[in-house]
Design a protein around this ligand. Structure first.
Ligand SMILES: *[C@@H]1O[C@H](CO)[C@@H](O)[C@H](O)[C@H]1NC(C)=O
Ligand SMILES: *[C@@H]1O[C@H](CO)[C@@H](O)[C@H](O)[C@H]1NC(C)=O
Ligand SMILES: *[C@@H]1O[C@H](CO)[C@@H](O)[C@H](O)[C@H]1NC(C)=O
Ligand SMILES: *[C@@H]1O[C@H](CO)[C@@H](O)[C@H](O)[C@H]1NC(C)=O
Ligand SMILES: *[C@@H]1O[C@H](CO)[C@@H](O)[C@H](O)[C@H]1NC(C)=O
Ligand SMILES: *[C@@H]1O[C@H](CO)[C@@H](O)[C@H](O)[C@H]1NC(C)=O
Ligand SMILES: *[C@@H]1O[C@H](CO)[C@@H](O)[C@H](O)[C@H]1NC(C)=O
Ligand SMILES: [Zn+2]
Ligand SMILES: [Zn+2]
Length: 456
């Protein structure tokens, strides 16, 4: 081979090896089929009398918003390689307002919507805690919901070897045509509100299966992408772990053990936009975690606390087809107030991660570096992160995040258990109070100088 054809070959290989693909990540539709009448999901103290056609910050999604978000995906990138759909399709409402049949109808309608609006695009779907009736009580064994949903999603999974896993626990794995292994989990089995899996040592044998599936992927040199509803780690700024400790510890342990094959993890449930970086067993930050914001704009409410206002979002992820590594996120959002006012659903780019954060890609190393920039509460990196967290709400509804809030956010990026999280936060707080006392000393000195001066 002459030098010229060798150069051409090398150039071609270089291009081929950096070929990028795209997938959508959509989550937490929470479709309120009563939005225009009973408004089951709306805050009882703030039920809108004239609800906007695309939704309201105090309520779950009307059909028009659900449809609009799926139409937007088809318009903006109809030929994505696949879609991750991380659950919570059902309205926030009490068990007595819902039943198996209502939930089944909603799951069928939204599955059909995705199939008809994005034909030929595979959707790798997982359940959210609200998709079971009664709410949150996912069983660790076969039941009607798992069987019926396998029928709904079978054409996307398209692999009969996964039927047993799905019937048993609603988890499965598929290999994309590009050699990327996708593992879809049912982390609702570990949710602290799930009362039926308490004391079950490994619900539906999912942990053991995950451990073995990851080990197998390593042997076969397959990059792995994990998708599920409830994320691991410390949720911030509220500071809680969503999972029972007896499941969270081994779950995180398995992810850490196999961190070197996990190129990305994609979750929902938080309703806010975030990321984390998981360390491997030697503490090296190895696997990026991405939490996508919800389609529903619903503000959560728990006693004494109202969640922040947030706009609906959908995201497009660019990844390296050869390695599976995420390269960029284009986060789209619907400015809800504007959409209602103009009676028009214009999904705009909220941000492009590489541009907004001035980073080259979304690998763990890059995100670890971004985390150190976020440590400075005055940095543009943190200010962006915090605005994106609630999907760029109207300026007057953007809450501030200072001191404890900021240190919680920062420490939650890389600490996955409460002890190391608290350790990180205490270090930040004592550092900050040293700073404050230093400043205070300066003020006192200046004040005494001033008093000395006026006394002269
Ligand atoms: C969804 O919206 C599109 C575009 O506005 C409309 O043509 C279609 O009929 C809607 N589909 C459903 C099922 O509401
Ligand atoms: C589901 O779709 C059917 C057929 O379009 C419709 O009649 C029904 O009202 C929908 N269900 C809900 C809960 O929106
Ligand atoms: C689910 O489907 C399997 C296979 O067809 C069947 O053996 C099982 O009884 C079904 N479970 C329920 C709860 O209907
Ligand atoms: C399902 O998988 C089979 C091979 O196992 C393949 O021939 C077929 O094209 C696939 N169908 C779809 C819709 O992807
Ligand atoms: C779980 O085990 C504890 C301790 O043995 C027991 O007190 C509790 O009732 C059990 N809970 C359930 C739901 O079985
Ligand atoms: C995962 O599998 C490895 C062996 O590959 C084993 O050493 C480890 O204990 C397992 N982890 C859990 C949490 O089961
Ligand atoms: C953690 O990752 C680093 C860097 O890739 C590697 O050198 C180290 O061996 C890994 N540790 C374990 C326990 O796999
Ligand atoms: Zn949700
Ligand atoms: Zn949820």
């Amino acid at each position: 081979m002459d030098i010229r054809s060798l150069m051409v070959l090398i150039f071609t290989l270089a291009i081929a090896s950096s070929e990028s693909g795209f997938f959508w990540h959509v989550t937490d539709f929470h479709y309120d089929f009563t939005y225009h009448d009973r408004q089951l999901s709306c805050n009882p103290n703030a039920k809108p009398t004239n609800p906007g056609q695309y939704g309201d910050f105090w309520c779950d999604s009307p059909w028009k918003l659900v449809n609009s978000s799926v139409q937007a995906m088809a318009k903006l990138k109809p030929n994505a390689d696949f879609i991750l759909w991380t659950g919570d399709t059902i309205v926030h409402a009490s068990d007595k307002e819902l039943n198996y049949e209502i939930n089944a109808e909603v799951l069928t309608n939204i599955t059909d919507l995705l199939k008809s609006v994005l034909p030929g695009v595979k959707v790798y779907a997982s359940f959210g805690n609200h998709d079971y009736w009664p709410n949150n009580q996912f069983p660790p064994a076969n039941n009607r919901l798992y069987n019926d949903t396998l029928d709904r999603w079978e054409s996307w999974i398209n692999d009969s070897s996964q039927h047993n896993n799905f019937r048993k626990g609603a988890y499965y794995t598929v290999k994309t045509p590009h050699g990327l292994r996708i593992i879809a989990l049912n982390t609702n089995l570990y949710y602290t509100s799930n009362k039926v899996t308490v004391n079950v040592s490994d619900p539906a044998d999912q942990l053991q299966w995950l451990n073995a599936t990851l080990a197998h992927a390593k042997t076969n040199n397959e990059p792995v992408l994990i998708t599920a509803h409830i994320p691991p780690g410390v949720h911030t700024p509220s500071i809680l772990i969503w999972m029972h400790e007896m499941f969270h510890i081994p779950f995180v342990d398995i992810l850490q053990t196999h961190a070197d094959v996990i190129v990305g993890m994609f979750f929902g449930h938080d309703h806010s936009d975030g990321f984390k970086v998981l360390p491997n067993k030697s503490g090296k930050l190895t696997s990026p975690i991405f939490i996508a914001p919800s389609v529903t704009p619903w503000r959560y409410r728990i006693p004494n606390k109202i969640g922040p206002a947030h706009n609906p979002g959908i995201r497009l992820v660019e990844y390296d087809k050869a390695t599976g590594r995420p390269l960029d996120i284009t986060q789209y959002y619907l400015d809800l107030q504007k959409a209602n006012k103009n009676a028009h659903d214009h999904w705009e780019v909220e941000y492009e991660a590489k541009k907004a954060y001035e980073i080259p890609d979304l690998t763990a190393a890059t995100l670890a570096n971004l985390a150190t920039r976020i440590k400075d509460p005055g940095s543009s990196a943190f200010k962006n992160f915090w605005r994106f967290f609630t999907v760029s709400p109207p300026a007057e509804l953007l809450e501030s995040c200072l001191n404890d809030c900021h240190s919680a956010v920062y420490c939650g990026l890389t600490n996955f258990d409460m002890d190391s999280f608290r350790g990180c936060q205490n270090k930040m707080i004592s550092g900050a109070s040293r700073l404050i006392s230093h400043e205070w000393m300066m003020v006192t000195l200046l004040a005494s100088a001033f008093i000395l001066y006026v006394n002269m």
